[in-house]
Design a protein around this ligand. Structure first.
Ligand code: UD1
Ligand code: MG
Length: 453
């Protein structure tokens, strides 16, 4: 297998997004589109990867800086086309040692297997490989001109004749160059075209003129979907979601209504997880086998143990770690809390910044009062304790194991293990006074209505 260095072009302005966020940082499945492309390059096994960015894009620069794997970054000071952008990275490929693949930062669904196909053609006999596809609507794409089975040129929409515009086979974007070929071709590019730009795509005609071998890999239209507008962003998101759902089901997950389940790029569902309709997975969720995520639940930053039952209508926020066979029911919110095996929080509760031992029952409407307006405080509850419904647990607070908190308590002091804690006013019953009170109120209301008349 020969080495390939990848260059990702990401210096376009993305004006059609109408956004303060640079286009390549808009997310698909919760991950910036540029990161999708960089990960495809990494998964494919690129030896090195470079990104070409525009001038004055501090958000893109800092995004690239915070990546764990450093990336060579080049700035295209003027946006004069895709060929010009590639030239901005000349120092990256000047030694001509490795083959190169040039990718676009706004085409996030490109897959490692497509890059692999480009590499194998370069390894066989090709000097230049173009990723081709047949979109439903070719408008806007460069057309592949083929004569006697040989690709002779790529014609950009704006430069094409009417006859050329009727061609359905288009340039998807990824282009592979054998060792030394990029250097050889780029220097001969001109900007004599409708847009006055240096087109990378003109390399095809130049290569043919020099007697080099040019080949096309025909791929999936989804892999080639580019993003220039919010509508295209949504269309790509839909394809991405579809891929995630298919993958989950292929891995043994039951999705009762797949089209209603929203995944994140890193959602991990083990085999035999069941997901009911209308569930949203935010970043960093993993769910172990046998768990059921019931309808209308929203999860992010959560680990769900084996056999747990979540929802319907549960909200799990970052730092949630639920043990095996736990139950989290309707209108329950959990944040920054570990809940050990078999514990139940079944109705209308908030549990935040807490550690709940195994076998605990938390009654309906319990709240861990973790915030005093300035700082957050923790609550711990030992194994097998029982928290009565409607309890307010004012943190910082430690409740021991096997303790019992009476319903409707406001608990402000630690509760030792095995203790019974009451934190409420004592009830008094006054014989006959209820009926008396009602008579008095009835009479007062009647009098008020009479004076109105
Ligand atoms: C390009 C191709 C076209 C292909 C289409 C596929 C060229 C000349 N045309 O057209 O054949 O069918 O993609 O989607 O290559 N960029 C820079 N600097 C620039 C210009 C562009 O970095 O000066 C980057 C953009 O950020 C983008 C990529 O290059 O990631 C493609 O640029 P774009 O303007 O979107 O090209 P298209 O007109 O879509
Ligand atoms: Mg484009």
């Amino acid at each position: 297998m020969s080495s390939v260095d990848i260059i990702v072009l990401a210096a376009g302005e993305g004006t059609r997004m109408k956004s303060a966020t640079p286009k390549v940082l808009h997310s698909v499945g919760g991950l910036p589109m540029l990161e999708h492309v960089l990960r495809a390059a990494q998964a494919f096994g690129a030896e090195r990867t470079a990104v070409v960015i525009g001038p004055n894009v501090p958000k893109v620069e800092s995004f690239l800086k915070q990546r764990p794997v450093p990336i060579d970054t080049f700035v295209q000071t003027e946006r004069l086309g895709t060929g010009h952008a590639t030239m901005a990275a000349a120092d990256f490929f000047a030694d001509g040692h490795n083959a190169n693949i040039v990718l676009f930062g706004d085409t996030p669904l490109i897959r490692p297997q497509t890059l692999e196909r480009i590499r194998s053609l370069l390894e066989a006999d090709a000097d230049l490989v173009v990723q081709g596809f047949e979109p439903e609507d070719p408008t806007g794409y460069g057309r592949l001109l083929v004569e006697d089975g040989q690709l002779t040129a790529i014609r950009e929409e704006k430069d094409a004749t009417d006859a050329e515009r009727k061609i359905g086979l288009c340039n998807a974007g990824a282009m592979g160059f054998g060792p030394g070929i990029l250097n050889k071709l780029l220097n001969s590019l001109t900007n004599k075209n409708a847009q006055g730009e240096y087109y990378l795509t003109d390399c095809v005609e130049l290569a043919c003129a020099q007697g080099l071998t040019v080949r096309v890999v025909k791929g999936d239209a989804a892999d080639a979907a580019g993003i220039n507008s919010r509508a295209q962003l949504a269309a790509v998101e839909a394809i991405f979601q579809q891929r995630m759902r298919q993958q989950a089901m292929a891995d043994g997950v039951t999705l009762m209504a797949p089209e209603t389940v929203h995944f994140c790029y890193d959602t991990k569902l083990d085999a035999d997880v069941t997901v009911e309709p209308n569930v949203v997975f935010g970043p960093k969720v993993s769910v172990r086998s046998g768990a059921v995520i019931r309808a209308f639940s929203h999860l992010e930053g959560a680990i769900i143990g084996e056999g747990a039952i979540i929802g319907p209508y549960a909200r799990l926020r970052p730092g949630t770690d639920l043990g095996a066979n736990t139950k989290v029911g309707n209108f329950v919110e959990i944040k920054g809390a570990t809940v050990e095996e078999g514990s139940k929080i079944n109705h209308l509760s908030y549990v935040g910044d807490a550690h709940i031992g195994a076998g605990v029952n938390i009654g309906a409407g319990t709240v861990t009062c973790n915030y005093d307006g300035f700082g957050k405080h923790r609550t711990t509850i030992g194994a097998h304790s029982f928290i009565g419904s409607g309890s307010l647990l004012v943190a910082p607070l430690d409740v021991g194991s096997n303790a019992y908190i009476a319903t409707g308590s406001v608990i402000t002091e630690n509760v030792p293990s095995d203790a019974l804690a009451f934190g409420r006013a004592r009830q008094t019953n006054k014989a006959g006074r209820g009926a008396e009170l009602k008579d008095r109120l009835r009479a007062a209301k009647q009098k008020a209505m009479e004076t109105k008349k």
